[in-house]
Design a protein around this ligand. Structure first.
Ligand code: KIV
Ligand code: ZN
Length: 385
């Protein structure tokens, strides 16, 4: 089975979430947890952005021993020099360079012709190669770049010495078939493509970041970039926990695997949420509070008979204790009876039926019925003495 490299950018693109600011200690704490999660590569920040970020990237570089630590740079020498300084002490340093290639960015942001873009990126990669053996190059907004020009850019990056070429869907504009096709075209047309790794970096503006990343895997991507809990610019980046669990759950389909320690997923998600202040929505795939919770009677009955009826992966896999059967107005007698047993009550059928009727009355008035509510309902109503 093919290995897919996991490149975590929680500390760089994730930190670009509006309102998020991680100090050095927080970055190191997250980096050490990412190391336990066993990510292959982690982007620690953008050292040219501020002296504080340079210092934080340096602290991460010195603390992390088992993952490649990466610093981001625009295609200019001062930025590359800032990354050189920030990655002093790193066990396995890597520089991530980017330059926009799409017509919109060329015209309005860079005010450069295609040739200038090629020359600027080539000069930056060559300068970077004097100091780094590992250099990743990203044609920013690759998703909206003309495919023939993108092939030229990737070919230039390979010739100049890039070891990874990353294809960013910077504005989350792609759909899976289009994004997958970019990888297919690059694999089939760019000379020397087999010498480098191809990477996918997606944003979630249309809610397709995970689907697009998986389409890239199906079309030859070696690496997926993303963040924990999918945090990042605007609607965020690809959620790494989603991609990792999709590959794990559908291994045979994707014929690909990662080296992630799955049982660290939940802990990592909680830490990132706590330190960034970004709350994980209840219905978030994999790590949301409801991801392994079941409320309806039909589902609860199925779960009590055989968990695989309504769970395609087990909560224990990601480091959670167990699934939850939440009692609410859709819940049925089977789950209610199990809850009574859990709470230590031994009731006969008539008592259970009477209690169940009262529970349904209460559930019509309350969103969630807690254990305390059930105890009160049983004991106050003297269904048992
Ligand atoms: O989304 C993007 O294009 C980026 C690049 C810097 C890779 O984050
Ligand atoms: Zn990005």
């Amino acid at each position: 089975m093919r290995k897919i490299y996991i490149f975590d950018t929680t500390l760089r693109d994730g930190e670009q979430s509006p309102g998020v600011n991680l100090n050095t200690q927080e970055k190191v704490e997250i980096a050490l947890q990412l190391e336990k999660l066993n990510v292959d590569r982690m982007e620690a920040g953008f050292p040219a952005a501020s002296p504080g970020d340079l210092a934080a990237v340096n602290a991460v570089a010195k603390a992390v021993r088992n993952a490649t630590v990466i610093g981001l740079a625009r295609s200019r020498e001062q930025d590359i020099d800032a990354v050189r300084q920030a990655l002093i002490g790193a066990q396995d340093p890597c520089l991530h360079l980017f330059l926009a290639t799409s017509p919109i960015h060329r015209k309005h942001k860079l005010r450069m012709e295609k040739q200038q873009v090629l020359e600027t990126a080539e000069a930056a990669i060559k300068y970077a190669k004097k100091y780094f053996s590992k250099v990743e190059f990203s044609p920013e907004d690759a998703g909206r770049t003309e495919l023939d020009f993108l092939c030229e850019v990737v070919a230039m990056a390979i010739r100049a010495g890039a070891t990874v070429v990353n294809i960013p869907d910077t504005v989350g504009y792609m759909n899976p078939s289009e994004f997958g096709n970019i990888f297919k075209v690059l694999r089939e047309n760019v000379p020397g493509i087999e010498k480098i790794q191809l990477s996918a970096h997606c944003h979630d503006d249309l809610g397709m970041a995970t689907a697009n990343a998986l389409a890239a895997v199906l079309n030859g991507a070696d690496q997926i970039e993303g963040t924990i809990n999918g945090i990042g610019e605007r609607a965020g980046n690809t959620s790494l926990e989603e991609v990792v669990m999709a590959l794990e759950t559908r291994k045979e389909f994707f014929q690909a695997k990662t080296d992630i320690v799955l049982s660290e997923i939940y802990r990592t998600s909680r830490l990132v949420s706590k330190l960034t202040g970004m709350v994980v929505p209840g219905n978030k795939a994999i790590v949301g509070a409801n991801a392994f919770a079941h409320e309806s009677g039909i589902h609860q009955d199925g779960m009590l008979k055989e968990k695989t009826t309504y769970e395609i992966m087990s909560p224990e896999t990601i480091g959670l204790k167990d699934s939850k059967l939440v009692l609410g107005k859709h819940s049925g007698r089977h789950a209610f009876r199990e809850k009574l047993i859990d709470l230590g009550y031994t009731l006969n059928d008539d008592q259970v039926n009477a209690a169940f009727a009262k529970f349904k009355d209460l559930a019509d008035k309350k969103k969630d019925v807690s254990d305390e509510d059930i105890r009160a309902l049983i004991e106050e109503k003297l269904i048992v003495t």
